[in-house]
Design a binder for this molecule. Structure first.
Ligand SMILES: Cc1ncc(COP(=O)(O)O)c(C=O)c1O
Length: 378
């Protein structure tokens, strides 16, 4: 049979390749973005308690009402935004589903969607599946928005711009001036919408993350995506949520109901009880300690560390060590030195090679010690 692929250029992602190489070579895995330390025991206890309750059937399509009320409280506390729970909030199977659903709901054939590279890998394929045209443009050399290029790329055919702040893979966060430029752009294009991927919203350090939630004008045209996986170290639970104004949400819900109908009931019930007990504001400090620990130990190495203001990723240049391509270099790091990382070029559509790699420091201290010992020997 002649099966014509709808995504002919898509293969196995580097995240899968690197994680497999890490296992095959018994390497320390600083590649994929997931924590390797235990989750909060309170969360585990709640899970055990709740498992015997009558919570195992379908939940309402938009989300479990108890959880949704708690999310409303969290967003009000974090960003002073008051949400209409029944029309502006949707619980999703992680940020990935939120992003896929939003793009299917909003983007039509021939409509353009701007992506800022380097970018996370789940934006482009849903655009292609929707018949849209991805317009991938580069962030500047500091990994912040290049407003000149953005302004010259956005046009009347641009339906959506996808932003990611705090930023994976660079760990940079937007400034007040970026938010102002963003407002100016939206003023110029009244039909432009924003998909704001803020899965690392609670992981920022010296400078605090500026959310679209906190900006009345920006949020009136934005879909803001969050991930409990990132916030509570439970990436395997695949649960998150999105917030959008009602006129956008109505379209998103039409797709959501046929994609998942509703999200895992057990996870929703457990998180409904957990949310009032946790302080998301402590998360930044928790990861700041890990960042500082990792950076301090890497001072002895020949890697040059880039600024890291948020997320749990650290970019590093290896230009003083090797002239290899970043992909070859990361493969050699696994096989010869036993540390798995991610080459930066795979986050770019043109595979631009800046001789940089990404480390994930969401690991226990023992893992970070072993990994940095090895990295300092290179
Ligand atoms: C920028 C970004 N967006 C979205 C996701 C996906 O989040 P989730 O696991 O909740 O689907 C990730 C996960 O690494 C990410 O880094």
């Amino acid at each position: 049979m002649n099966l014509i692929s709808k995504l002919p250029t898509v293969g196995t992602t580097i995240f899968t390749v690197m994680s497999k190489m890490a296992v095959d070579h018994n390497a320390i895995n600083l590649s994929q973005g997931f924590p390797n330390f235990p989750v909060d025991p309170i969360l585990v206890d709640l899970l055990k308690q709740k498992a015997s309750d009558n919570i195992h059937q379908y939940n309402p399509m938009a989300g479990n009402p108890l959880l949704m009320n708690e999310i409303v409280v969290l967003i009000e506390k974090s960003y002073q935004r008051q949400l209409k729970v029944e029309s502006e909030l949707l619980v999703t199977a992680g940020a990935t589903q939120a992003i896929f659903t939003t793009i299917q709901a909003l983007v039509g054939k021939g409509e353009e969607v701007v992506i800022l590279d380097p970018s996370y890998d789940c934006y482009e394929s849903p655009i292609i599946l929707a018949g849209g045209i991805p317009k991938r443009i580069s962030l500047n050399d500091e990994f912040l928005p290049d407003w000149e290029i953005i302004n010259s790329t956005v046009n009347e055919k641009t339906k959506l711009i996808i932003t990611n702040n705090p930023h994976n893979p660079s760990g940079r966060i937007w400034t007040e001036s970026d938010m102002k430029e963003f407002e100016n752009l939206l003023h110029k294009y009244p039909n432009l919408m924003v998909l704001s991927d803020e899965v690392y919203e609670y992981i920022s350090f010296e400078n605090k993350h500026l959310s679209v939630h906190a900006n009345e004008f920006l949020r009136s045209r934005s879909i803001v995506v969050s991930s409990f996986g990132k916030t509570f170290h439970i990436t395997g639970w695949k649960i998150g949520y999105l917030v959008a104004p009602e006129f956008i949400m109505n379209e998103i819900k039409k797709v959501h109901q046929f994609l998942v109908f509703c999200v895992n009931s057990v996870a929703q019930n457990v998180l409904a009880d957990y949310l009032p007990l946790v302080k998301t504001e402590n998360l930044g400090g928790f990861y700041q300690e890990k960042r500082d620990f990792f950076r301090e130990r890497m001072q002895q190495s020949r890697f040059e560390l880039m600024p890291c203001e948020g997320t749990y990723f650290q970019l590093a240049s290896f230009h003083a060590i090797s002239h290899e391509s970043d992909i070859d270099f990361t493969k050699r790091l696994v096989t010869e030195f036993g540390v798995a990382t991610i080459p930066l070029s795979v986050f770019n559509t043109d595979l631009k090679d800046r001789k940089m790699i990404r480390f994930c420091f969401a690991k226990d201290n023992e893992t970070l010690i072993q990994a940095t010992d090895r990295l300092c020997k290179i």
